[in-house]
Design a protein around this ligand. Structure first.
Ligand SMILES: [Zn+2]
Ligand SMILES: [Zn+2]
Length: 160
């Protein structure tokens, strides 16, 4: 069998049915990385003998080389997302600004990004003061369990 291409190896680590980011400019669902991540939660991918941030690779495949001096920004604010349509190149300043705009946008929300109400029962305050949706947290835990099962055969093959 032919050696898989980088794109084929990459695709094995992607769940294209991630959550929809209801943020302007982030169309369609997030493509969630199910492979390894670094301690900051960013996806990592081995390519051309280097361990790179997977969303940098995804950006380059979708848009071409990352312009010098710019940072790749997740429009959807989801670090595990590798959907080229959710990635854009920004200056560091604009990247920081985009993050604070999102923080203001979130504070004004009455519902989570998937449409669950931020009411007393469904809302948990994080230590940093932002609100977390309990329904989404439950769904994430369920998805994580599914991911663990999904990854087991791959992990075993690697170990063999
Ligand atoms: Zn995304
Ligand atoms: Zn929710």
């Amino acid at each position: 069998m032919a050696r898989p291409t980088a794109a084929e190896r990459f695709a094995r680590f992607v769940n294209p049915n991630g959550p929809f980011a209801l943020i302007r400019g982030a169309l369609g669902p997030c493509h969630l990385w199910t492979g390894s991540t670094d301690p900051d939660g960013y996806a990592r991918f081995w390519i051309n003998g280097r361990n790179r941030r997977a969303y940098h690779v995804a950006y380059e495949w979708a848009h071409g080389p990352i312009p010098a001096g710019l940072e790749v920004d997740h429009r959807c604010r989801n670090r595990r997302c590798v959907n080229g349509a959710h990635l854009r190149a920004l200056t560091h300043r604009d990247n920081v600004l985009a993050s604070s705009n999102i923080a203001a946008y979130r504070a004004a929300q009455t519902h989570c990004h998937r449409g669950h109400p931020f009411d007393t029962d469904n809302t948990r305050r994080r230590k940093n003061g932002t609100r977390a949706c309990r329904t989404c947290a439950r769904d994430r835990r369920a998805a994580q369990d599914a991911t663990v099962h999904h990854l087991t055969p791959t992990t075993l093959r690697k170990a063999a």
